[in-house]
Design a binder for this molecule. Sequence first.
Ligand code: ADP
Ligand code: TRP
Length: 334
Amino acid sequence: MKTGEKDILLSGMQPTGPLHIGNYVGALRNWVRLQDQFAGRLFVFVADYHAMSENYDPKERQEQILTLVAEYLAAGLDPKKVTIYVQSHIPEVTELFWIFNTVTPVAFLERMTQFKDKSGRQKENINMGLFSYPVLQAADILLPKASLVPVGLDQVQHVELTRDIARFFNNRFGETFPEPKPLLTEIPKVMGLLDPEKKMSKSVPGSYISLMDEPEEIQKKLRRAVTDMGPVTDRSKKSAGVQNLFTLLHEFGTPEDDAIMERAYQDGSLKYSELKDLLALRIADHLATFRARRAKLLANPAALERMLATNAKKVRKMAQQTVKEVRQKVGLST
Ligand code: ADP
Ligand code: TRP
């Protein structure tokens, strides 16, 4: 994609437990790759307001927030290039959220697949936060006037809604916001291990490999991964499960790994157990560095908190500018 000199990039994740390799390959690793090209213009945050829309234990939340920050850094985000912050440190976002609510048609929110999924999963707690979640996401993105949003495929619908909200606002109150676009990785959708027709997700047990899984656990999960349902007749097109394993090998292994396994697949000599064990080894090696860095960072929470406090000040300044402009445009101030 062609990106301009002035593009601002913004993305974030919810602090709802350890990340999995889908989050890593689909989003986090992409941010690390983008941080050089967009040094100083990449904003990554912890979506703690969003995470309140699902059932959780408030006693665990602070630790989950700090852990996610440590995971961002452990994955390779450089605080000199990327501004990492916590969403609730910027209360201005909730004001923009309210204003955006007034230009968002209810019918647009009713179409959101994440809302449909999540409200199906927590029928006893279908709260307004779950419903208006994408409007808050639009406020996150448009507060610093970001124009590119690096996320996985499942978030594209939310970024498209953000474009609609920006357009509706601009039409009604005058040109104010860019219409942001999603920025996908090469692998925008890692599939689940047990059901490769569905995305890998932390809400589907057994579907994912956590970044905190020990090597034996990774191997165990991969050995259970679904491959072919019957004999392979056409080698030009892999089944979803097999394709997913190859995709992961491409991401975590070496070019030689790719070539050797592909050749064996094509001549029919590949044992899927070998492919799975090699992949387990490569993922475990990769994650060993991540885990060591994460532990080191979490041993010094005060340093993380200092960084977050500094960044909150910087982001708030920008946020206040946007909110001031918006208040004038909508007639809340002169
Ligand atoms: P989960 O479904 O596990 O709860 P989230 O919705 O918290 O994941 O996603 C956080 C980020 O990771 C988003 O940018 C999302 O697009 C990305 N992501 C999540 N799952 C996958 C996946 N299976 N493949 C690629 N990207 C993913
Ligand atoms: N909805 C995103 C997710 O589930 C998290 C998120 C909230 C986000 N606000 C955002 C992502 C703004 C990108 C930009 O992963």
